[in-house]
Design a protein. Structure first.
Length: 212
């Protein structure tokens, strides 16, 4: 099964990608992870990526597409894959269409901006052990203190209100048009991303079972 996951930041794509990967025994191709791994490896490709990320810039489409094309050649992708974070825009989608004959489905996890802001700005992590919390859905036993190691909880820069608003702006400008692009091809399935993780997974499974 070849899947593309779409949705706003904070819509839960990463969580659902992990679950669906286990259910269908197919790898997740996350461009963010590939870029970070390449940078950690110190390879020439990693250095090229780093020259952009260090300046807070997005890695150019050409490099991202080349990176994904190489990843798709690996043996674990022969039975399918889940793309999370790619394509990011219409240009990448058109380049991707040259790499593979077709995909089975595009799951678009739909959530309002208000829900995204509430989800992301409420996130906290432990400064020491990295344990995740949420002010509403998973609060610590003692406010501001990690249950596991008793260190303080912090808000990551990515979850700060101003960062979340900017990420949403970029999403609506660049990535959201992909849902119409794939809808015209008849393969985009809207998934209501409100509810528990299990409820959202069940919605995705039900939609995919119709394809199997």
């Amino acid at each position: 099964m070849k899947l593309i996951l779409l949705g706003a930041p904070g819509a839960g794509k990463g969580t659902q990608a992990e679950i669906l990967s286990g259910l269908y025994s197919i790898p997740i191709i996350g461009t963010g992870n590939i870029i970070r791994e390449a940078i950690r490896s110190g390879s020439s490709e990693g250095e090229e990526f780093k020259s952009y990320t260090d300046k807070g810039l997005l890695v150019p489409d050409e490099l991202v597409c080349r990176m994904v094309a190489e990843r798709l050649k690996k043996d674990d992708c022969k039975k399918g894959f889940i793309l999370d974070g790619f394509p990011r825009n219409i240009n990448q989608a058109e380049e991707f269409s040259k790499m593979v004959d077709s995909v089975d489905a595009v799951l678009n996890f739909v959530v309002t901006d208000e829900d995204v802001i509430k989800r992301m700005t409420g996130r906290r992590v432990c400064a020491s052990c990295g344990a995740p919390y949420h002010l509403e859905s998973k609060p610590p036993k003692t406010e501001g203190i990690c249950d596991i190691c008793s260190d303080r909880l912090i808000q990551r820069k990515d979850d700060a209100p101003e960062t979340v608003l900017e990420r949403l702006r970029v999403y609506h400008t660049e990535t959201e048009p992909l849902s119409d692009y794939y809808r015209e091809k008849g393969i985009c399935i809207e998934i209501d991303a409100v509810g528990s993780v299990e409820e959202i997974t069940n919605k995705a499974k039900a939609a995919l079972e119709k394809l199997l």
